[in-house]
Design a protein around this ligand. Structure first.
Ligand SMILES: C[S@@+](CC[C@H](N)C(=O)[O-])C[C@H]1O[C@@H](n2cnc3c(N)ncnc32)[C@H](O)[C@@H]1O
Length: 245
């Protein structure tokens, strides 16, 4: 029998909070089973698959200036952990995230995202800005500046249609849409090729999915692919795809 994880209802929304195995929280649609993170640990998965495997954690710890793009901002957990590392390492960070559906701020607060951070003021500052500036605005690109070195731009757009003005500028892409069965077009060769064009040579696109179809699409769009071990207690393998010359 699969383990039963605790679910907490959130009034007025379709998603419930799921308590994952490392005690961190994620969102899950109890009807479809579509979740924002792995049930084996939302925090552990995000740290391992995105911050660690992309090399971003190490760069920021060494104070190296870093440009990150996230496809699927969702709860903001990946972004907040990255900002937290940049603040800790005193490293310049330019973070961009694409998101189609912004979650209500009450849902974000219920997730207790500050729990995984060393500097909890990062989360408070973000949620205040999110509530006052981002959530009420329509589609567009909005900038949150945590300090003079750390900038986050949220593109409230459909990733399939959004065009970045600059190419070849990202050191890492956190590729985190829902699974291919839900977000099919984002896992297709055409979209992955656009992601590759946005990256610097040697840049890493990291994701949780290692299905044969995704491996083939990544290879066809020109990436070198590497299946590497997943987080402890989570998926056996996850993906690191590298943009070579
Ligand atoms: C797995 S969740 C992302 C989890 C997130 N990285 C986090 O740390 O919470 C997938 C996200 O992709 C977003 N998404 C799905 N299709 C999209 C699209 N076409 N354009 C932009 N965002 C999309 C969803 O709204 C959802 O928030």
């Amino acid at each position: 029998m699969p383990p039963q994880r605790q679910l907490l209802e959130i009034a007025g929304t379709r998603n419930s909070i799921q308590i994952t195995d490392d005690n961190s929280r994620t969102l899950i649609d109890p009807v479809t089973g579509v979740a924002f993170h792995s049930a084996s640990g939302a925090l552990a998965e995000t740290r391992h698959v995105y911050l660690h495997n992309s090399g971003v954690e190490e760069r920021l710890a060494q104070g190296v200036s870093t440009d990150v793009l996230e496809v699927g901002l969702g709860t903001g957990l990946g972004m907040l952990l990255t900002v937290d590392e940049a603040v800790g390492g005193n490293a310049p960070l330019d973070y961009h995230a694409l998101e189609l559906d912004l979650l209500p701020v009450g849902v974000l607060r219920a997730l207790k995202l500050q729990t995984g951070l060393k500097t909890s003021a990062v989360c408070e500052s973000y949620l205040d800005w999110y509530e006052s500036t981002l959530f009420a605005a329509g589609q567009g690109s909005y900038c949150w500046k945590y300090n003079e070195h750390v900038t986050v731009t949220i593109h409230h757009h459909d990733a399939r249609e959004f065009q970045f003005s600059k190419a070849g500028c990202f050191d890492a892409i956190y590729f985190d849409p829902f699974a291919p069965a839900v977000n099919e077009e984002l896992w297709a060769e055409e979209f992955l090729g656009r992601m590759r064009a946005l990256m610097r040579e040697g840049g890493h696109l990291v994701t949780y999915c290692v299905s044969r179809r995704v491996k083939n699409a990544l290879k066809a769009s020109g990436f070198e692919i590497n299946c590497i071990p997943g987080p402890v207690g989570g998926k056996r393998e996850v993906m690191r795809a590298i943009r070579r010359a």
